[in-house]
Design a protein around this ligand. Structure first.
Ligand code: DHB
Length: 546
């Protein structure tokens, strides 16, 4: 159904799916799964390539809807466990012991799809391999949590993985781990959750809804341990696809005036927005300006009020975004100047003029492309980078990728249309303000209005959607009490990522700061959608907060 370039016509497959013996994960159906890790005592195995012991398929709730998803795989540096799976309290690995080791939890969720627990592979080619390898080598415990997703169905065909199932599942896993902490290594006061994209939103949610009562009914439904905390210590959010109820507006504000999507291998010509969609885009962009201005945000550094000018390309909010982008370009260009292996090899001037070759290392091999001339919007004064404007930068390096609307698609074609709605229904609209937007276009576009308006009107006051929207949006919780926020957030977003508006990650960071959280936020220059980071910096951050 979905026409995303990176995900293929069916949308992403289950993120943790890969072939090979390590991928087997058939868990027999039981009425009640044990919540006692001792049940798995004889099942620990040794993984020589990682010098770790691992346990596969630990079902973390008593009555899962899908036991092959609602389980985790746990990888523990060998030193922390005896051969029989009991904790070796004397065990030391890197800076940590079996008692002090932090626990890194991750879910491989992509595109709000269901994601089985990830398994490390002997050949080193699993999706989350690189990070996991580094965690284990430095003495951290790694736990990959499987979660339900938008297409998960039970035996009766009900869609049981819609919002907020992925978050409920991670909470259940956290509670299970704590419930068993006397028989498991690691410090449950130092759990750090890591997620990318939809998983980046998940990470933001895990970190901003610690022990919130709103999730208890969902936890009870799957038989989670109810008398344990689901708090985490820190959260790493990469490219968070967050605040879905405002994402359509944000996208049109960011790509205002770009009326064609970038071509892809499966859709080389790209899509051209119709006259109706252009007006819709404009209307959404204008509403985003109002929305931002009503937030009452201020600059975390200076306290200055952050607002957008009526053109959407001026005002303190816009300036703040440009400053964040400039900071990210400055870091990159300084690394170029220092000839760092972390970036390409050329001079800063050559980088600006496009006189270089870009080599990206991807799992499928190196991708080589010619440099891009950025001199019309990017300059370098020897110390700092300057960007003249968002629109020319986007046209240069991050063209529009999604149709309009970008998330709650007119014809229900986006991932998110499967993420919301009742369990009896595969697809649903979820942008409850779209009806009022379409009403504004009714006179000029009667035909389209007749086609689309009733379907958006039908969901305008839908209580289930209101609840799902609330539970899947970290902003619903941020600012309502610091006791539900984890201690540290790190947010990274790619400066070449057109999956959502740049303002989305920035708003998450600024709102968290406003609520008093410790937030390390940055755009990563030249980075696309995914684990966008400079080598080693996540690990440095983890070390710094421990
Ligand atoms: C993801 C990407 C998207 O463009 C989106 O809308 C939702 C999720 C992802 O990569 O997880």
């Amino acid at each position: 159904m979905n026409q995303r370039p990176s995900n293929g016509p069916e949308g992403p497959k289950r993120a943790g799916d890969y072939s090979g013996p390590e991928a087997e994960r058939i868990i027999p159906k039981m009425n009640h799964y044990p919540m006692d890790i001792q049940h798995y005592a004889g099942h620990w195995k040794y993984f020589p390539e990682y010098n770790c012991r691992y346990l596969k398929g630990v079902v973390y709730c008593e009555t899962p809807k899908e036991q092959n998803l609602q389980n985790f795989n746990l990888f523990v540096p060998k030193a922390y466990l005896n051969e029989d799976g009991s904790v070796n309290l004397e065990g030391v690995c890197g800076r940590f012991t079996a008692e002090t080791a932090p626990i890194i939890m991750q879910s491989s969720v992509m595109g709000y799809s269901e994601a089985p627990a990830g398994m490390l592979r002997a050949d080193g080619r699993g999706p989350d391999q690189k990070l996991a390898t580094a965690f284990l080598a430095s003495g951290m415990i790694y736990c990959s949590v499987g979660v339900r997703g938008r297409q998960t169905q039970d035996a009766q065909g009900n869609y049981v993985g819609k919002a907020p199932a992925l978050l409920t599942d991670v909470k259940a896993a956290l509670r299970f781990y704590r419930h068993n902490k006397t028989h498991l290594p690691g410090n449950t006061d130092r759990i750090i959750f890591v997620g990318v994209s939809a998983g980046g939103n998940l990470a933001a949610l895990v970190g901003s809804t610690c022990d919130r009562a709103e999730f208890e009914p969902g936890l009870r439904e799957i038989g989670a341990v109810m008398d344990e905390s689901d708090a985490v210590y820190a959260s790493q959010c990469y490219c968070p696809i967050t605040a879905l109820s405002h994402a359509d507006m944000a996208y049109e504000w960011m790509f205002r005036g770009q009326y064609k999507t970038e071509g892809t291998p499966i859709d080389p010509a790209g899509k051209t927005l119709t006259a109706f969609q252009r007006r819709l885009s404009e209307e959404l962009a204008v509403r985003y300006i109002r929305y931002v201005n009503d937030l009452g945000l201020s600059d975390p550094a200076t306290g200055q009020a952050l607002t957008l000018g009526s053109d959407g390309r001026s005002g303190t909010f816009y300036d703040a975004l440009l400053r964040e982008l400039e900071a990210s370009a400055t870091k990159y260009l300084r690394l170029i100047r220092e000839n760092s292996p972390k970036v390409i090899s050329c001079t800063p001037a050559q980088y600006v003029s496009g006189d270089y070759t870009m080599v990206r290392h991807t799992p499928g091999g190196d991708q080589v492309s010619p440099g891009i001339d950025k001199s019309t919007w990017l300059s370098w004064d020897g110390e700092a980078a300057h960007i003249t404007g968002l629109s020319p930068m986007l046209l240069g390096v991050a063209k529009r990728m999604k149709n309009c609307p970008a998330f709650d698609s007119l014809d229900l074609q986006e991932f998110e249309n499967e993420e919301f709605g009742p369990s009896s229904q595969k697809l649903s609209h979820f942008n409850r303000m779209m009806a009022s937007v379409l009403e504004a276009l009714q006179n000029d576009f009667p035909e389209e209005s007749e086609k689309y308006l009733p379907t958006y009107r039908a969901i305008q006051d839908d209580p289930l959607l209101m609840e799902q929207e609330k539970l899947l949006n970290p902003h619903s919780f941020i600012g309502t009490g610091t006791e539900n926020l984890c201690s540290h957030f790190r947010i990274r977003a790619g400066s070449m990522d057109p999956h959502t508006s740049f303002s989305t990650a920035m708003l998450l960071a600024y709102n968290l700061k406003r609520a008093g959280a410790d937030v390390d936020f940055a755009f990563v220059w030249e980075a696309k959608h995914g684990v966008c980071d400079y080598e080693g910096e996540l690990m440095e951050w983890i070390q710094s907060i421990l």
